[in-house]
Design a protein around this ligand. Structure first.
Ligand code: ATP
Ligand code: MG
Length: 448
């Protein structure tokens, strides 16, 4: 908006020259007692990391909010976009900084609200500087009056609506300055990334598991991804690049990721050849969990995560989930257990995994799908069905074929490298030697 559009305030603030600031507010960290310092330090580190290459001034931590100076207006969308991927942030105020005086605040607020030209508005003020001489209610009233007069002088029939305003003008007064804004970007919420320990995520190429991963990362878990793939068909490509793209999309939330790609064709064929047809999918899932458990040991993880949603399909009835879990001896987290597909898809769209999962790919689980899958299985039935299978051999076979990829997010880019971690190689060697009948000392127990 041109300066001459609000002559009443001319000369007091030239909006285009006011300092643009992003105000990062956190929420749940507030509830932390003695650990607040730890979580805050991790949040600050995450904010700095996410803005690498963009922010030119040091981050300020003032009165329980973080302030990020915007060096150039054109960088604003990308800075906000990156901050929206930082877990622990409740919301981001896209503000202008002005000196802490009523005329300066009013000029800035009128300019911002003039651009918005709302039919109704409210003013909300937070005073985090006891020495500034302003009080929130007085400031809200006075500023509301200034804005109303200003907008009406421009021919608007705007009204104040404190209950449900079309636009809210926020003012935050902190020591030495005031921050004024009418735009907020939702933060991702949750707790700072990777502050809660590691989990192994069983990641398919479908919609659900990417969303489940996001939900657990948001609750501070650092995820190691494991994807099982089968052979491809003439009409559909491999699921490997799909899983890889999902991991790429999720990595900015936790900065580094590891993906284990496990060939599953041979394991599936042996299950098909040796076990009851109606139990196939459950037996695939149990094998996935067993292989995931070995990787969890090597990676010092504390449990598995899946994208199961209760009763979504036959393999996810409460009976079948309980049967699959029996004997895994690790917590298995299912963050989508109570979610409907619609809710899951909405989140998949928001985090960017939806379009990736829409692509056609060869999913290993529907292969050799039983005509009539079991709905109410139990651990004993699965145990009996596995009698004819060389379970340990199948686990080793899966692990032997693993390909491992490491992803790193830095300055808005993802770097990828391949290579097998030393501890994982040792595990595979150990299992292979056992299989060949060479006596081995027990594998060392790795503590998380
Ligand atoms: P969708 O149901 O949207 O196709 P999904 O990820 O839930 O996607 P399901 O077939 O419902 O796929 O599988 C249930 C869960 O089992 C998955 O969420 C995932 O945790 C695990 N899973 C299934 N297939 C694989 C796979 N190929 N690799 C790793 N985990 C898998
Ligand atoms: Mg599913």
């Amino acid at each position: 908006m041109a300066q001459e559009a609000f002559p009443e305030h001319e000369g007091q603030v030239v909006h285009g020259l006011t300092k643009r600031v992003l105000i990062v507010h956190y929420h749940e960290i507030w509830l932390k007692g003695g650990n607040k310092k730890f979580f805050l330090s991790r949040l600050i580190a995450a904010v700095k990391r996410s803005l690498a290459g963009l922010a030119s001034q040091p981050l300020e931590h003032v009165a329980d909010r973080l302030l990020v100076a915007v060096p150039d207006e054109s960088l604003l969308p990308v800075m906000v976009g990156r901050l929206q991927r930082v877990f622990g942030i409740a919301y981001i105020g896209i503000a202008s900084e002005v000196p802490c005086g009523m005329p300066e605040i009013a000029a800035c607020a009128c300019h911002i609200m003039g651009q918005k030209n709302p039919r109704s508005f409210a003013v909300r003020a937070k005073i985090a500087d006891a020495a500034c001489g302003l009080h929130s209610m007085g400031l809200e009233r006075e500023l509301g009056h200034e804005i109303l007069t200003f907008l009406r002088s421009k021919g608007s029939d705007v009204r104040v609506n404190l209950e449900d305003p079309e636009v809210t003008c926020w003012v935050e007064v902190i020591p030495g300055k005031a921050l004024v804004y009418a735009e907020r970007a939702e933060g991702a919420g949750g707790l700072p990334a990777a502050t809660g320990g590691r989990l192994v995520m069983l990641l398919s190429g479908g919609f659900d598991s990417g969303v489940a991963a996001y939900k657990m990362m948001r609750r501070s878990a650092h995820l190691i991804f494991v994807h099982f793939y089968g052979s491809t068909s003439a009409s559909r490509g491999s699921s490997k690049p799909v899983a890889e793209r999902i991991v790429r999309t999720l990595t900015p939330y936790q900065y580094t990721s590891r993906l284990y790609l496990i060939p599953f064709d041979s394991v599936q064929r042996q299950i098909v050849a040796g076990a009851r047809e109606s139990l196939r999918v459950l037996l695939y899932r149990r094998m996935m969990a067993r292989i995931g458990r070995e990787i969890c040991q090597v990676e010092r993880g504390l449990g598995l995560v899946t994208g199961d949603s209760v009763s979504q399909v036959a393999s996810q009835t409460l009976h079948n989930l309980a049967a699959v879990d029996q004997g895994i001896e690790l917590p298995i987290y299912r963050p989508l257990a109570g979610d409907d597909k619609e809710e899951i898809l909405r989140l998949a769209r928001r985090i960017g995994t939806y379009t990736i999962s829409c692509e056609p790919f060869e999913d290993c689980c529907p292969r050799f799908m039983p005509r009539s899958p079991a709905i109410f299985s139990n651990p004993e039935e699965l145990g009996a069905a596995e009698k004819g299978l060389d379970i340990e051999g199948l686990v080793t076979e899966g692990l032997e074929g693993a390909q491992v990829m490491d992803f790193k997010y830095e300055s808005g880019q993802i770097e990828v490298c391949e290579g097998t971690p030393h501890r994982f190689e040792k595990l595979v060697q150990h299992r292979k030697a056992l299989r060949a009948g060479i006596p081995q000392p027990p594998a060392p127990v790795v503590k998380p």
